[in-house]
Design a binder for this molecule. Structure first.
Ligand code: FE2
Length: 198
């Protein structure tokens, strides 16, 4: 078995280059890149837990990595890797995100706060959006589907916010699905690495 780039190598590369494709301050991306991995992936990793899709998934979302213009609220710049359980990057992985707007409403007729994007050749992805609002019965969360491509199984799951009071009361909440967040100008930088089951 040949060794692919280690996660440390990838992080070093990420720190060095940042994600240059979006018109946000380079400093913000450098900060995001230095966030610790979530979860740790040092050779063998547990697959990211699956969670229910919920009632509000809409297929065929537009391809776009920047949902900023879909509403108001604090910016959330979420980045990370899509990895195998051996901590190898998954180039070109599909990530399809959807979440509520700042008032806790889903757009079930159109595609506000819905979009899919692809990881780059190093398995990196980045989503720019607004922090979702709360709705009755749930803590703050993002929904996402991740797929390696072709006929691979889809990972459907949800991501959660640290220090959210509602986490303790939410029956679906799983701390393995917590993003790492750091304040930045206009909002927060988030980090989450997805690990696909196989
Ligand atoms: Fe939801």
């Amino acid at each position: 078995m040949t060794d692919g780039p280690s996660r440390r190598d990838l992080l070093a590369r990420l720190s060095a280059t940042g994600f240059a494709s979006l018109a946000l301050p380079a400093e913000a991306f450098a900060q995001g890149a230095e966030l610790p991995a979530t979860p740790a992936c040092e050779g063998h990793a547990s697959a990211t837990p699956r969670q229910t899709e919920g009632p509000y998934f809409t297929p065929s979302s537009p391809q776009r990595a920047d949902l900023r213009d879909d509403g108001n609220g604090a910016l959330l710049v979420l980045s990370g890797f899509v990895l195998t359980r051996q901590c190898r990057p998954v180039p070109g992985a599909l990530l399809d995100f959807w979440h509520a707007d700042t008032s806790g409403q889903y757009d079930n007729r159109g595609f506000r706060f819905r979009g899919h994007l692809f990881a780059d050749q190093q398995g990196r992805y980045q989503l720019v959006t607004r922090t979702p609002g709360l709705y009755t019965g749930r803590t703050r969360h993002l929904h996402v589907k991740v797929r390696a491509g072709g006929q691979s199984p889809t990972l459907t799951t949800q991501l959660y916010f640290p220090d959210e009071p509602g986490n303790r009361r939410d029956g679906l909440f799983d701390q393995k699905l917590l993003m790492t967040l750091r304040p930045a100008e206009g909002g927060q930088l988030g980090r989450f690495d997805f690990v696909l089951a196989g």
